[in-house]
Design a protein around this ligand. Structure first.
Ligand SMILES: C[S@@+](CC[C@H](N)C(=O)[O-])C[C@H]1O[C@@H](n2cnc3c(N)ncnc32)[C@H](O)[C@@H]1O
Length: 442
C-alpha cells in the first residue's frame, strides 16, 4: 500500500468507521467513490461491510484487486517461476522471514496452514524479484525504460521546464532504477505469458508500489523531484517488505468490487443499490493523475503493447505521457459543488458521508486564516432537495497539518465529516458493472 498519499484518511479512520457504523450494519453495501490509497475501503471491509471502490487512478484499482476483492491469499506456483538454481535459497529465505513474522500484527493469517504455504510461495517470488539478474530474462524482455526516463543517467530523462530550466529527471538512483526495470520486465513477462494469475499479479504490483515509494526521490508526490539534492530515503537500495496480509482475510468476505479508472461521476450510477456512499473528493487544484502518475505507470507497464512508443511520448518535467493524464472536474472550484450534487443524485443510496478539510481547499489557502466557504457550500448541498430535511450533521476533527507549501508553517486544521440522509424518492441507479478504461481528456 502507499504510505504517503495526499488526503489519505488513515489518521481519521476510527472516526469515519464510527460514523458509518451509525448508519450501517455488518453486510451493508458501502461505495467508496474516491478510494485513493484504499485506507477507507480496507477499514470498511475489516468492519464487515461489503465494499465497492473506485478511483480514477489505475494504482488504486490494483490495490483493490490485491487487498480488497480477495478473501484468500493468492496461489502461485513458485517452483516453476523461480529458476532452479536459486529455488533452495528462495525457499530458505521465505521460511526464515515467516518464522520472524509469526505472531506479528497483520500476520494472523499465518496460523492457517494453507495460507502459510501460499505466503511462502509468494515470498519466494519476492526473493526472486530482489535478486534477479538480466541474464535470468530472455534477451527480448530486457528493457531499461525506467532507467532511461526517470534517472539522470538515462537517455530519455532530459527535461526543459515551462520556465526554461533544463535538467535530467532524478526520481531514482541508477542502482534502484536498474532494479525497477528488472522487476518490471519480469512481472511483464509473467503477466503476458499468463504464468501468474490475476490476484498474484495484483499483489506483486501492490507490494512493488510500496517498495518503489520507499526509495523515490520526492517530497511525497511524483509531481516533481528535488532538482539538486537527494532525499536520504532514495539512496537506500530497493527492498521488498513482506506484506502484512490480514487485510485480505479479515472482515467481510464480500463480494467486493473494484472499478477501474472510471470517473466516479459515471461509475456511481453503475454501482447498484448501496446503503452508504462515502465521498472523499480532491479539495483543491492538485490533479492526482499527475501527482501520482508514476505508480500508474508501474501498474500499466506489464499491459503495454508497445512500451517504446509509450515512453517516446513522455512530457513535462516529471516525464508523464499526457495520454495517461486525467483532468478531474473536482479539482476546479467552478465545478466542485455542482459535480458533487450530480454524483449524489446519480447514486442509489440511503446515506451520504463526505470528508472535507479546512486546510488548503478551493476556497481557503495556506497563507490565509480558515475559510468556511467550502463547508457552507457543501452544507447547502446536503440541506437541499436531495436530502431529508434536518438530517445533516457535521463533525470536526482537529489535527496538526505538517504539509509545507512555500515555507508556510504547520497549523491546526480540521478534518470534517458531513453526513446526510437522502430522500427516498431521490434514489436511482443500475446494475453494477465496475469495468472500463480511462478516457483521455482533451
Ligand atoms: C482525497 S483523495 C482520496 C483519499 C482516500 N480516501 C484515501 O484515504 O486514500 C481523492 C481521490 O479522488 C480521486 N479522483 C479525483 N477525481 C476523480 C474522479 N472524477 N473520479 C474518480 N476518482 C477521482 C483521486 O485520484 C484521489 O485518489
Amino acid at each position: 500500500m502507499l504510505a504517503r498519499y495526499l488526503g489519505s484518511k488513515q489518521a481519521i479512520l476510527d472516526e469515519l468507521l464510527t460514523t458509518v457504523g451509525r448508519h450501517c450494519t455488518p453486510g451493508s453495501h458501502v461505495v467508496d467513490a474516491f478510494s485513493g490509497s484504499l485506507a477507507v475501503s480496507l477499514g470498511l471491509k475489516k468492519s464487515g461491510y461489503r465494499v465497492t471502490a473506485n478511483d480514477i487512478n489505475l494504482f488504486s484499482h490494483v490495490l483493490a484487486e490485491a487487498y480488497l476483492v480477495p478473501s484468500q491469499l493468492p496461489q502461485c506456483d513458485a517452483k516453476s517461476l523461480v529458476p532452479a538454481a536459486r529455488r533452495d535459497e528462495a525457499t530458505a529465505t521465505a521460511q526464515s522471514s515467516i518464522e520472524k513474522l509469526d505472531g506479528s500484527p497483520g500476520f494472523g493469517f499465518l496460523k492457517e496452514p494453507e495460507h502459510r504455504r501460499r505466503y511462502q510461495d509468494f515470498l519466494m517470488l519476492l526473493h526472486h524479484l530482489s535478486t534477479l539478474q538480466p541474464q535470468d530474462l530472455p534477451v527480448g524482455d530486457r528493457r531499461n525504460h525506467f532507467l532511461d526516463t526517470y534517472c539522470e543517467e538515462g537517455g530519455n530523462s532530459a527535461y526543459v521546464s515551462s520556465r526554461g530550466a533544463e535538467g535530467r529527471r532524478r526520481f531514482f538512483t541508477e542502482e534502484n532504477a536498474r532494479r525497477i526495470d528488472l522487476v518490471m520486465n519480469q512481472i511483464r513477462s509473467w503477466h503476458r505469458s499468463e504464468r501468474v494469475d490475476a490476484p498474484t499479479y495484483a499483489l506483486l504490483l501492490a507490494t512493488f508500489l510500496r517498495a518503489v515509494e520507499k526509495v523515490s526521490n520526492t517530497q511525497g508526490t511524483y509531481h516533481d523531484f528535488p532538482r539538486s539534492t537527494w532525499d536520504s530515503r532514495a539512496l537506500r537500495p530497493l527492498t521488498f517488505d513482506p506484506p502484512a496480509l490480514d487485510v485480505i482475510t479479515e472482515g467481510s468476505p464480500g463480494p467486493h468490487l473494484a472499478g477501474r479508472e472510471q470517473d466516479s461521476l459515471d461509475f456511481v450510477a453503475k454501482a447498484g443499490r448501496h446503503d452508504l456512499l462515502y465521498l472523499d473528493p480532491p479539495y483543491n487544484f492538485r490533479q492526482y493523475s499527475a501527482y501520482y502518475f508514476l505508480p500508474n505507470v508501474l501498474c500499466r507497464y506489464p499491459e503495454m503493447a508497445d512500451p517504446d512508443d509509450y515512453f517516446s511520448k513522455v512530457r513535462f518535467v516529471r516525464g508523464q505521457n499526457p495520454e495517461d493524464d486525467f483532468t478531474s472536474t473536482f479539482c476546479k472550484p467552478k465545478h466542485f459543488i455542482e459535480d458533487m450534487g450530480t454524483l449524489i443524485e446519480r447514486a442509489d443510496c440511503d446515506t451520504v458521508v463526505i470528508s472535507y478539510f479546512t486546510g488548503r481547499n478551493h476556497w481557503s489557502k495556506f497563507d490565509t486564516e480558515r475559510s468556511d466557504t467550502g463547508l457552507e457550500m457543501l452544507s447547502g448541498l446536503l440541506e437541499g432537495d436531495l436530502f431529508e430535511p434536518g438530517s445533516l450533521t457535521v463533525t470536526e476533527i482537529p489535527r496538526r497539518n505538517y504539509a509545507s507549501y512555500g515555507g508556510y508553517q504547520a497549523r491546526t486544521v480540521a478534518e470534517l465529516i458531513l453526513v446526510a440522509t437522502k430522500r427516498r424518492d431521490q434514489s436511482r441507479g443500475t446494475a453494477p458493472s465496475p469495468s472500463g478504461r480511462l478516457q483521455p481528456v482533451a
